[in-house]
Design a protein around this ligand. Structure first.
Ligand code: 5AD
Ligand code: SF4
Length: 470
């Protein structure tokens, strides 16, 4: 048997890329590839790229510069290093990558990862390979039944893709072009994945998709199921104690999703619901299909169903035509909603999107100033949210040993990291923790001695014990 070849994947961008990286590892495992954390001793390096903003896609070319040196160095000692570019930059700029970066051997977009073994073989034969040479008829291969090895548990918490792509066509966004139109997986496939993960020790599932609440996968009854119904069904699977979903569009918040937050203790009361702007004029120019008041009402519906629910969001500052008044409306919305955290970005024109042709660009200095002001407000809300946890007893799902010896780290319902001194046997369990202090973004506390009382803890301890270790 030949020695295993080493594979290193560097992922940028969203959770979908993190998930896709695992899919690539699984696809290449039968080809004799094993993962390495060290790019320098890899035989195959895959850059799993992001095209969402200019800064994200520029990283590819600077990383390729570094890789060229590493590849040359390896060649001097007789070792061949193969370089692949995957992800959304590969999808959007495949030809240009081939032209601009001779160091690249393979270009593969998100819809063609199942072709990776063939692409590598082809690159070996003819020098370079681009996935557009393949037919895209089976592009959503994730709709195919997963191979037994395809869904492997890697800890306590796992992502499961339920839909891909987006039909919303926000005017600033490349996703409908790079990830394609919206496609949902059938319910039965998702249930199979979740059961298999649960059997392997996974306790928390995050359902992911670019527009996850547009989910409408075929149910066992032959009808399309909304996300809320899917969540109700998944909450019944033994061993699954926490459910999450990301990323949602305000327009697709259906009553069944609100009901799920009211009815399911396993559904975490933390929702990422990007609004992008608080100005109706800008929301219309963005083609968001909702107003600021629509958004406020949606937040109210969630809050009425689940009183301890918290929100995060994404914001873009400096969208073309954004005035001081528009920006003030964004600040006002943030002040009113009160977020547990949020991401904010300067607008970045993306080639091929309608907004890229809009006039009235906002000056960079103005964008910088708005971004700083928005981030200051969000930071103060986030830190108030975190500080409010001090002195409370909160449920934590323990995930792994922390860097400090003797400590185990887990997450609260709101994804705050929480550290306690304890043995590794608590990994995989949800336990109450009395929070004593906050260190930057991390909570420190002690296991509460009170008897395990919540439904979460009962179901966690009823399920098979987790094996511990890294
Ligand atoms: N410029 C700036 N931010 C963008 N986003 C998406 N496209 C752009 C763009 N062209 C942000 C949005 C989205 C998040 C993932 O990235 O806020 O919700
Ligand atoms: Fe992009 Fe999200 Fe708008 Fe879809 S809904 S186009 S993914 S910003």
């Amino acid at each position: 048997m030949s020695a295993p070849r080493k594979l290193h994947i560097k992922s940028y961008g969203c959770q979908m890329n993190v998930y896709d990286a695992q899919r690539m590892v699984d696809t290449l495992a039968p080809e004799g590839f094993v993962e390495t954390a060290n790019a320098d001793d890899a035989d195959l390096v895959i850059l799993n790229t992001c095209h969402i903003r200019e800064k994200a896609s520029e990283k590819v070319y600077s990383e390729l510069g570094r890789l060229r040196e590493a590849k040359d160095l390896a060649a001097q000692s007789g070792r061949t290093v193969t370089i692949a570019v995957a992800g959304c930059v590969a999808q959007a700029e495949g030809q240009e990558i081939i032209r601009r970066a001779p160091v690249v051997d393979v270009v593969v977009g998100p819809q063609s990862y199942h072709h990776l073994p063939q692409l590598l073989a082809r690159a070996e034969r003819q020098g370079r390979a681009l996935d557009t040479e393949f037919p895209l008829d089976d592009k959503f291969n994730f709709l195919a039944p997963p191979k037994p090895a395809a869904i492997r548990a890697r800890g306590v918490s796992s992502f499961v893709t339920v839909q891909e792509g987006c039909d919303k066509f926000c005017t600033f966004c490349v996703v409908p072009y790079t990830r394609g139109t919206e496609v949902s997986r059938p319910v039965a496939r998702i249930v199979d994945d979740v059961k298999r993960l649960a059997d392997n020790g996974v306790r928390e599932i995050t359902l992911i998709g670019q527009n996850v609440n547009a989910f409408h996968g075929d149910g066992p009854d032959g009808k399309p199921w909304p996300l809320g119904k899917l969540l109700h069904h998944l909450a019944e699977i033994p061993g699954i104690v926490r459910l999450r979903y990301s990323t949602s569009h305000p327009r697709d918040v259906e009553d069944s999703l609100i009901d799920a937050h009211r009815d399911l203790p396993a559904l975490m009361p933390f929702v990422h619901l990007p609004v992008q702007s608080g100005s109706d004029r800008i929301l219309a120019a963005m083609n968001r299909k909702h107003t600021a008041d629509d958004y406020r009402r949606i937040i109210d519906r969630f809050r009425a169903a689940c009183e301890d629910i918290a929100f995060s969001s994404d914001f873009i500052v400096g969208f073309p035509g954004e005035s001081d008044q528009d920006f003030a409306a964004t600040l006002a919305l943030v002040a009113q909603i009160g977020y547990a955290g949020a991401y904010s970005f300067k607008y970045s024109p993306r080639p091929g999107t309608p907004a890229a042709d809009m006039q009235e660009m906002v000056a960079t200095a103005v964008m910088d100033e708005r971004l700083a002001r928005l981030q200051e407000l969000i930071d103060s809300q986030q830190s108030a949210f975190n500080k409010a946890t001090i002195g409370k007893t909160v449920d934590v799902l323990f995930e792994r040993p922390a860097r400090n010896p003797g400590q185990i780290v887990g997450r609260t319902a709101y994804l705050q990291p929480a550290h306690v001194m304890a043995g590794p046997d608590i990994i995989g369990q949800v336990l109450p923790v009395k929070i004593d202090s906050l260190e930057r973004y991390s909570l420190l506390g002690a296991l509460a001695t009170s008897a395990a009382s919540s439904a979460e803890i009962r179901s966690a301890t009823a399920s098979p014990a987790m094996t511990t270790g890294a």
